[in-house]
Design a protein. Sequence first.
Length: 352
Amino acid sequence: MEFRRLGRTDLQVSLICLGTMTWGEQNTEPEAHAQLDYALERGINFIDTAEMYPVPPRGETQGSTERYIGTWLKARKNRDKVVIATKVAGRGGGPRGDFAWLRDDKQPPDLSRRQIFEAVDKSLKRLQTDYIDLYQTHWTDRLTTNFGRAEYPWNDEASVAIAETLDAMGELVKAGKIRHFGVSNETAWGVMRHVADAAAVSSRPRIVSIQNPYSLLNRWYESSLSEVTKQEDVGLLAYSPLAMGVLAGKYLGGAKPAGARLTLFTRFTRYSNPQVERATQRYVALAQQHGLDPAQMALAFVNSRPFVTSNIIGATTMAQLKTDIDSINVKLTQEVLDGIEAIHRDQPNPSA
């Protein structure tokens, strides 16, 4: 396993991070524990989760993913062997009223001090740990162009100030409940605002990471965020590197594999448009031309990017998990990289 430094911290995290958002929906607790055991055996020390998980989010299952991790940590007594990252939900994930079941008062989630404090205590209890290594905002409190939203929402209502969120995170660091702070589904402006607001007050933590989508089908991160995060030492934790399994090629030709995520759930339309299909056909053909597994080629491309700190994989079967982790041993030739660039220039970012 390869390890990379998380921002400006002293933490070294595995280049492959174990994503967990299917646990409690598509995966049982014993299956989750088996994945964790195998990942640890393979050298993975980085686990990513969220208070909202599993996905799709529902009040009936919310928190199950963190609970599964918590029971594993308690049973294995190996908290010092892993870096745990989780997330707090804000408003920007959807319209007002979404996810109100996350909070005791049934108010829509936001990134205010009160709600962050409630959320972190619940996550700590479910995870059965005294501290969280990396606490992330799951999305911005303001609405932005994330989750396939194409147009910037100029008429967005007021949101919690980033400064208030940073002050709350600073209190949690001082209390020892979290070690470091990161963002997710953020923009270039948002990263710079966090950096500037943290620099203005010494008690505010500096962001160490950003968790955004990045894959062969969505390389928008490269356009501006890659420069911002390089210059500011903010590491990318790349999610959806297989575009929810699309880049494995299993959905080509209208196929609907039993039990697969896009077969079960139709809400992820950004991964199923005609442009995605055409680009995926070409990426899969390129992999096959060079004797590569299509999923491993897609993951190896993400692994090779200098701005990526960790590549968050997710699997519902042990076979998928083994294939995904084995991508760490795949090094792409210049010929393959040139082929990827040719496809990208012709069909850029179809799932953004």
